[in-house]
Each structure stands twice: as C-alpha cells, then as structure tokens.
Ligand binder design. Sequence first.
Ligand code: C2O
Length: 552
Amino acid sequence: GVTRHYKFDIRLKNVTRLCKTKTIVTVNGKFPGPRVVAREGDRLVIKIVNHVSNNVSIHWHGIRQLQSGWADGPAYVTQCPIQTGQSYVYNFTITGQRGTLWWHAHISWMRATLYGPLIIYPQHNASYPFAKPHKEIPIIFGEWWNANTEAVINQSLVTGAGPNVSDSYTINGLPGPLYNCSAKDTFKLKVKPGKTYMLRIINAALNDDLFFRIANHTMTVVEADALYVKPFETDIIVITPGQTTNVLLKTHHNPQQTTFVMVARPYFTGQGTFDNSTIAGILMYDDDHHNSPTSSDISIKNLPIPTLPPINSTSFVSNFTNKFRALASVKFPANVPRNVDKHFFFTVGLGSNPCPKNQTCQGPNNSSKFAASVNNVSMILPNTALLQSYFFKKSNGVYTSDFPSVPLIPFNYTGTPPNNTNVSNGTKVVVLPFNTSVEVVMQDTSILGAESHPLHLHGYNFYVVGQGFGNFDPQNDPVNYNLVDPVERNTIGVPSGGWVTIRFLADNPGVWLMHCHFDVHLSWGLRMAWIVLDGKLPNQKLLPPPADLPMC
Ligand code: C2O
C-alpha cells in the first residue's frame, strides 16, 4: 500500500438551503465534505486543523483501526476534542477492508454538516466479485435544519424535551424539488443507456432510517457496510443512519423517458414528532440520441413519483433486512464465531429521568427529561477520554468496569413496562480479555414506545446471527441462529419491538464505543463502551498514542 495525505481545514461557510442562508461548520468549505479515497492496504494520514470556535473530532466510520484506536475519533472516548486553533493527525492503515464507508464528526451534533464518503478500492490485483461497473457514484443522505443544530440539541438537553425535527432531507447536500424553493438544488444522477452503475449509498441523516427508490428501475444489492453480500434484487432499499449499501443499477437500453424521479423518506415507528418529508432527485439519461435537459428544464411535475412503503412498515423493513447474507465465498469467507465465551443481553431504548418532588418537568410523562440507555444505564461522557485514562492507568473517577451484562430488572420488554424503569446515569464499561468471543442480544424496549435503533459498534464488524420480534427467548431463539452465512456489518437496526443477536471476536485492543446511531438517542445516553485488553503478541497490542493527541 501507499500513504495518502489529506488536510481537513475546519472552517465556517455560508450555505443557502430552503431559501435561508446560514453559517455552517465545514471541511475545506465544502458541504457535504470531501471524498476520502484509498485502496485496501493503504495508510491514510489526515490532518485536521480546527479554525472554528466549536470543538471537533472526526470518526472514520467502519474502519477497524487495528492497533490504532487513537485514530477512531469519538470525543471523550478515544480522544479529547480538537480545540480551536489546534490540530490532530489521524494516522491509520486500512487492513483487510474494501468498500464504502464514510467519515463524520463525532461530537455533539456536529456531524449534521461534517460528513463525507470514505471509499476503499480493492487492491490493484484484486477485483469485485461482480462485473466492474461503468461508473461508481456516492449517494449520501443527510438531514438539514434551518436552525443551528448545536442549539437544537442543547435546547433538548436543557429542557428535557425532544429536539426540533429537521426541515428537509438531502441527497448529496441537496433537498430537491419537493421542498420550498429547492428545485434548483436537485441532485441529478446522469447515466447512459445500457450500462451498469454502482451507487455507493450512505445514510448520514441524524435521526431517521430511510426508504429509497428510483422510478422504473431495480437495484441489485452487492455490499453492506463495506462487506460483500450475496447479491439480491430490490426496488426499494431501507438504510439506517450509519449504514452503507452498494447497489448495482442497470440502466435501460431504450429508455421511454429521459428523466425518472428518485425518492427517499423515513421509516419510523416511535412516538413523538419526526421529519416525515420526502426528498427527491432525478435520474437523467444523457446520450447522443436524446437531447439532455438543461437544469432549467427540470420539473418533476409530470413525472410519476415512485411509491414507498407506509412510514411505519416494520414488516417491509424486516423482510428487507432478512435478505442480507454474507457472500461467504472461498475468497470472502464468513468466519462466524462458533463458540461464545461471553454472553450479554442488552436492553436498548428510551426512558426518562425521574422528576424531582414538587416540580413540574418537561420530559415525557412529567419526568425531568428524556433519557436513553443500555441495560438502564445512560452513559455520561467523562471530562477526559476513556482511552487515555485506560492506557495511562488513570481510570479512577473516570469510569468503572461494572457495566451490567444483563438488565438489572427483567420485565416484559415489548409489553406494558413496569413503573421502576427509570434510568441511572453512569460511565461504565465492559472489560474483555483479548480474543474473547462475544455474543450480544440487543432487545428493544417499549418503555416510551417501540422503535428501531441502529446500533453501531466501533472497531469491529459483527455477524448478525439472529433477529426476531417480541421478547428474546433464550431457550428457543438460539436454535435458529444462522452460523453459515449471516451478514457481517458495523451497524444493525434493532427491530422495533424485537431483538437482534450479534457475534464478534474481540481481537482489536482498545476502547470501543457501541451506540445508537440516531444522534438524538446518542445524546440522551444510548451508548456503552468495551475495553478490549492487549494480547500477548506484539501485533495484539494497542500502540502508544501519537505525540499530538489532543488533551482535555
Ligand atoms: Cu458513525 Cu460512533 O459513529
């Protein structure tokens, strides 16, 4: 591999969307941010210089960071934030990975405007397990607020109420013609007839799973979270925040029209408000036979808008999710852990902090505030970074190693919740010896309504060996686990009113965050951390931190 250098200058920029101009934080003045491109085996050296008044920190979502946990990026977990005027160099090698990943800010809600694709091509002598596409195009969904997103989340944390929902979704930064004065801000995918395109689809929205469809075209899913899957065809994809999906799009040989509408809008089963708007873009045939329309011609008025499943269609989502299987070929085998050393059962969901006596509170059911938790522990970030405290053996007063492996009070998770489900706050971790084979059952709770939660694990990919609805049944459900070709990924939606089981081998030493990739739930505490100890061999040890590691 080679070494590739990037420089990210974090700068303010005025951007106009939905007829309103606001100042946003960007990388190099670009929104969405620049594309980072590498090949499997390359080293990436990315220097971040912070020229804004906010603290920043960048996460390379899905990169395994073998022995290089200092470059992972979640603020107060693997590093202190990069403060105003400071810089930090993220330095890591891409080992054994290729596909579509992405990068984003990992502090507060800064990722609303700080995100971009991270594309890893196969090694020079390697090829895709499918015919090489004519072109590859990143499609990155985002979420846009007219208001300042830091103010939106801070207000929620202060009042205890839910944050204001976004004003639009975006495709590659553009809302499209269904939104107020946004026809000129429409994403156009220009294609030629009779060719195959690979769309590298990324959901960078903050708080919503999305359905996506292109009128009159089917897609073949070939990759999920930078891991090849058994190809399958679909008209509609569902993608949670944090996930990436590569699809092949075959264009028609003799298209009857030159333009087709593409749409995306949320899947949502929770309570409360959410942005239920629809985003649109255009697939545009552009060849010698047709006169391709100029941008002023673009109107979707007379074009059919493809239909999507109902907003709360959990059945569609679960059918779709179940179609994903690891490629499990000779070249790309599925190394599913067969034996489990440590079993965990985690409840994930919303909850609330009790309201102090004789007060009225703004949280749900007169609680003091919304909270979200894993096993009823709502994680508070420390004032320093967990990885620094761990590495320098200064954990006292920073974290404790008593994260519960099962919920403290078992109950009917998908039925009527008992009264004593208030969350407690803490900074607790699970410590795992090197090479522990781990199984985690993640159970959605309906304490404040059943809702799908996109759970993301840092530093690892995991196998999704089982999923189902209702309460997990420890007697009967494991019998049906798929240990042959379960999909391997880094983010999985815990089904609304159901459970999912994942397995991974803890072979990467460091401190690794696991959390809901809805930023609102992340901010409310739906996160926990694993500490994976060093192994005995030199290549099983976390390397010391770089000299420029930010201090708190
Ligand atoms: Cu994509 Cu912890 O995040």
